[in-house]
Design a protein around this ligand. Structure first.
Ligand SMILES: Cc1ncc(COP(=O)(O)O)c(C=O)c1O
Length: 359
C-alpha cells in the first residue's frame, strides 16, 4: 500500500494474544500494540486529531509554531507532525527527558527549550507548563494543544481507536487502559461501552500518581500517571482502578519480552499486569490491554540492568519467571478497587507538588 506521507500510516495497530503468560491456558488476554504508530506511540492519534481540529478552527496557519510541554511521546508525535506538515515545533523539556526522545525530536527538526529549575517538590511539570504559556504569548502565531483539557484528545480514541477494536472483537469482557491525561481511557471507555454494554473498564494508574486524587509521590515509570487530576479524565465509564507499582510493571515488561517476544513500554507492562489480574479473577473472559508504546523507548533505561541498579531497582527485586509473576498477580500490592462515577474535578497546574507525568 502506498501512502502520501508517514502520517497516513497512523492507526490500524495490531492486537496480539498472549500465549504463555496466562493465569490459565484458556485465558484470553490481548494486547493492542500502539507502539506500531508512526512515531512509536498512542500519542500520535491524539496529537494529529488535535492539530487537524486546530487547523480547521483557523488556530494553526501554514508555518505556525506549535509549543508543547513534554517528557516523551507527545513531543515525538509533534516533531513528526511538524516535519510532515511544515510547522515549527518547540518542545519544552527538562533534565529528566530521555535522550532518545530529544534525539528523535531534534532529528526531525524540533527545537528544545529546557527548563532547569524544578518545582517546589523537585519535579518540572508545572515549570514546563508555565514556560509553554510564556512562549505562546511571546511568539506570534504560536499555539499549544493542551492535551490535559482538549476534548479532541479523548475524541480521537472515540472516533478511531475504538472503531478498530470494535472491528477486531465480537465480544469483550474488559478493557484495561492506563491513565495520564485520561485521553485514551476516557475515549475508549465511553465508545466501547456503547458497543459492549456489559464491558468492565479498568483504569490503570501508577502508585504515586495523583490522577485519581491519591497523594502524589515520585515513581519510576514514564508515560503513566500525573501529579494532578486532568480535565480529560472522565470517571463515568470507569468501573475499577488498579494502581500498579514500578516493580510490578517492570517485572511484566521483562517476562513478556522473554516469554512472548513482546517488548512493551513501562506503562504497557502496567496495563498487562492489571489485565492478568482481571483474567485471574474472570477465567476465560476476553480482555484487551492497551500498550501505549514499545520498549524501544526504554532500551537504555528500564531494559538496561545497570540503569535499573543505578535508579534503585536492582534486577533481583523484579519477578523474573512467569510462575513468580503469576503468583504475585493473584496478590497484587494494591488490589483493584471500584471507582465512583461522577465528575473528577480537574485540579489546576498550580497544585502540582512534584514528579510523575505523561510522556
Ligand atoms: C507511554 C505512555 N503510557 C500511557 C500514556 C497515557 O495516555 P493518556 O494521556 O491517553 O492518558 C501515555 C501518554 O502520553 C504514554 O505516552
Amino acid at each position: 500500500m502506498i501512502h502520501e506521507n508517514l502520517l497516513e500510516t497512523l492507526g490500524a495497530t495490531p492486537v496480539v494474544r498472549l500465549r504463555k503468560l496466562l493465569p490459565r491456558p484458556q485465558d484470553r488476554i490481548h494486547v493492542k500494540l500502539e507502539g506500531a504508530n508512526p512515531s512509536g506511540s498512542i500519542k500520535d492519534r491524539a496529537a494529529l486529531h488535535m492539530v487537524e481540529q486546530a487547523e480547521r478552527a483557523g488556530l494553526l496557519r501554514p508555518g505556525a509554531t506549535l509549543v508543547e510541554s513534554t517528557s516523551g511521546n507527545l513531543g515525538k508525535s509533534l516533531a513528526l507532525i511538524g516535519a510532515v506538515k511544515g510547522y515549527r515545533v518547540i518542545l519544552v523539556v527538562d533534565p529528566k527527558t530521555p535522550r532518545s526522545v530529544l534525539t528523535y525530536a531534534t532529528s526531525l527538526g524540533a527545537e528544545l527549550v529546557t527548563v532547569t529549575r524544578p518545582d517546589a517538590g523537585g519535579d518540572y511539570q508545572a515549570a514546563r507548563l508555565r514556560r509553554v504559556r510564556r512562549l505562546v504569548e511571546e511568539i506570534p502565531g504560536a499555539h499549544t494543544l493542551d492535551q490535559y483539557n482538549n476534548p479532541g484528545n479523548p475524541e480521537a480514541h472515540r472516533l478511531h481507536t475504538a472503531q478498530e477494536i470494535v472491528k477486531d472483537f465480537d465480544r469483550l469482557s474488559a478493557l484495561v487502559a492506563t491513565v495520564s491525561t485520561g485521553g485514551h481511557l476516557s475515549g475508549l471507555g465511553t465508545a466501547l461501552k456503547e458497543r459492549f454494554p456489559a464491558l468492565h473498564v479498568r483504569a490503570v494508574d501508577a502508585v504515586g500518581s495523583a490522577a485519581f486524587g491519591h497523594p502524589f509521590h515520585p515513581y519510576r515509570m514514564r508515560g503513566i500517571g500525573l501529579s494532578w487530576r486532568p480535565g480529560n479524565l472522565d470517571p463515568a465509564p470507569v468501573d475499577s482502578l488498579h494502581r500498579v507499582t514500578d516493580t510490578e510493571a517492570l517485572s511484566v515488561c521483562r517476562v513478556l519480552a522473554a516469554e512472548e517476544g513482546l517488548l512493551l513500554g513501562e506503562s504497557g507492562g502496567a496495563a498487562v499486569f492489571a489485565a492478568l489480574g482481571y483474567a485471574a479473577a474472570n477465567p476465560g473472559e476476553p480482555v484487551l490491554a492497551i500498550a501505549p508504546d514499545a520498549g524501544a523507548n526504554y532500551l537504555y533505561e528500564s531494559y538496561d540492568d545497570q540503569w535499573l541498579r543505578d535508579h534503585g531497582i536492582p534486577l533481583d527485586t523484579l519477578w523474573r519467571s512467569a510462575e513468580d509473576l503469576l503468583r504475585h498477580v493473584r496478590h497484587p500490592l494494591h488490589p483493584p478497587a471500584p471507582v465512583a462515577a461522577g465528575p473528577v474535578a480537574a485540579s489546576g497546574y498550580g497544585q502540582v507538588t512534584t514528579g510523575g507525568g505523561p510522556a
